[in-house]
Structures are given as structure tokens and as C-alpha cells.
Design a protein around this ligand. Sequence first.
Ligand code: ZN
Length: 186
Amino acid sequence: MEQDNLTLVLRAMHFAADRHRDQRRKDRAASPYINHPIAVAEVLCTVGGVHDPITIAAGILHDTIEDTETTAEEIRQHFGQDIGAVVEEVTDDKSRPPPERKQLQIDEAHLLSDRARLVKLADKICNVRDIIERPPDGWSAERRRGYVAWALAVVDRIRGTNRPMEDYFDSLCRRADAHLGPGLSA
Ligand code: ZN
């Protein structure tokens, strides 16, 4: 990665760490939220073989609009049009109720750009891995199964994007089957 690209990725990391600074994941240990965007960037790079700095930076920033006060305009100002567009693409419309947002992710996944698809895949991988390894406190096996089934429905709409990440996602679904009971993967 060229120096400027490395700088871009580190700036994204710094920005995301600052914006998510008071947030925690829902697991029992209440892990720092920033662990999640870092994991998404790491999966993009190490599993997906993605080295495009715009995709990696968008992966790091992918939850800043949805889960913090950050606006799309700010992302554009700090990181440019391309990264802003990808982050916006993977941001749910919070004015809609959660069940509708989940259905929209399935219905509209195929409309995503290539970069947004990659971020979406890595995000689903990290979330499903967390559901298996460090689930939100108080979630039943049923609820966890439901989450994995939904993530699978989203991923199914964007298959053909990145084979290694899709294969890894499928291996996680098999692990979820083993952990949480069957019904997820064929
Ligand atoms: Zn995420």
C-alpha cells in the first residue's frame, strides 16, 4: 500500500475511533465498538484479499453515519466522494422501523456497488462470527439463529462478489448450525 493510501486508512481509523469512542458492542464483555469496524477492515484484507484503500477506509467508517452523529457530508468532506458514497450505501435508513430496515437490506442488496458489496459481506461475516463467539447478552439460540438466517438471506443476494469471503461466510453458517441447531445452511 502506498504511503498516501496508508495515511488514508489510518485517518479513517482515527476518525472512526473518535466517533465510536463512547459506544460498546452488545456482548457480555461490552467490547469497545471500534473492534467491529477494525475487524471488518481486517476481514476485507485478509479473507477477501481486498487491498483497495477506498474499500478498506469505507469498511472502517461503515457504521459512523448509522450509529453516530456523523453525517454523510462530513464523510465526504474528510474522505472524499468515493468513500462517502460507499458509506452511505451501507447505511440503513433509521427513519424506518427495524423490521423494514432488515427487509430492505435483503431487497436492495443487489443494487449495491461492488465496493459496497464487499463491505456488506465483511460486515455480515463479522456480525455472524460475533453471534457465534460472543453473542449479545440475553439473546436466545432462537434469536441468534434468526439473525444468522437473515444475514444469509442478504449474502445470498450478492453472491459472486468475492468467493473467499462468501466461502468463509458459509463456513460460519455451518458453525452456527452446529452451535445453535440446524436450519441455516444446506
Ligand atoms: Zn457493522
